[in-house]
Write a protein that binds this ligand. Structure first.
Ligand code: ADP
Length: 271
């Protein structure tokens, strides 16, 4: 039994969301939690950041609130707002306030997408004050010891307009993620899809070549998530070439010429 398979078996037994560690990220996360430090996860889409947070939350016995940030997301969406219920105005906590009140992990995925006022709310929570002032209710909440803020972003999507200011990013300890090593990634894809390891290894080999095109023809390479989707289609009976086209080519580009080039690369790689 190799190391990756041994960890898979252990986590099945513990019923934790399966996460294959790549370096020291689990111990770093645990240490940051113990010392009440917020964490920033950086890395391309579909490389395991969300799964990592779910795994760590379960491992530490913490509840998890995940918010997928988008360009309309405001501070009030996180903190809460007054709503009319049965002719009465009642305050309803948003996901951030809920976690600060009751403890647990609040995970803000793709934080750079959110409106600028969100960072204003995060600042007093991410230094040693650990407070959340709620202007509208007049409360100032003190985060409990078991509250942890985790945010993620994809540096690949960064533009001049969408970036984290140094004054914000320097409030977090940061962990950099990337696609796993090919043998590890094949084990992950096999575990997630139930497709045979050997077939998954072939798909990973192809993904490595597709990723090499990032920045030339492609904005992003094929993620581990897409590899899992591709392997799942094959497991469900799709022909390998059709699964590859649907899961590894079509999601990457709309340009017919680039698509043709990618399909050629598939034929050359798979022989
Ligand atoms: P991200 O949050 O970085 O966009 P996800 O955490 O959603 O990506 O990962 C996408 C999928 O890839 C997961 O649902 C899981 O199937 C798989 N995956 C990627 N990396 C890992 C890993 N290290 N361990 C287990 N599964 C992984």
């Amino acid at each position: 039994m190799n190391v990756a398979t041994a960890q898979i078996e252990r986590e099945r037994a513990l019923a934790l969301p399966f996460y294959q560690a790549q370096k020291n990220e689990c111990s770093l996360f645990e240490a940051a939690y113990r010392r009440r430090l917020p964490i920033l996860l950086k890395g391309p889409t579909g490389c395991g950041k969300t799964r990592f947070v779910a795994h760590m939350a379960a491992r530490l016995g913490l509840s998890l609130e995940t918010v997928s940030c988008h360009d309309d997301l405001t501070a009030a969406d996180l903190t809460g707002r007054y709503l009319i219920k049965n002719n009465e105005t009642v305050w309803v906590d948003g996901p951030l306030t809920r976690t600060v009140r009751h403890g647990g992990i609040c995970y803000l995925d793709e934080i750079v997408e959110a409106r600028k006022d969100v960072t204003v709310v995060l600042h007093p929570l991410t230094d040693d004050r650990r407070i959340l002032p709620l202007d509208r209710t007049g409360e100032t909440l003190q985060a409990p010891d078991d509250f942890m803020l985790v945010v993620s972003y994809n540096p690949g999507y960064q533009s001049m307009l969408k970036t984290l200011k140094p004054s914000t990013r320097q409030r977090f300890v940061a962990i950099s993620f990337d696609y796993p090593r090919p043998d590890v990634e094949a084990a992950i894809v096999a575990r997630e899809s139930d497709l045979a390891l050997e077939q998954c290894a072939t798909l990973v080999r192809l993904a490595v070549r597709l990723r090499a095109l990032k920045g030339q023809d492609l904005e992003e390479g094929a993620s581990t998530r897409l590899l899992v989707a591709c392997a799942s289609l094959i497991w469900a009976g799709m022909k390998r070439e059709d699964a590859i086209e649907a899961a590894l080519i079509e999601p990457l580009t709309d340009d017919p010429d680039i698509k043709r080039g990618l399909l050629d690369l598939v034929s050359v790689t798979l022989g």
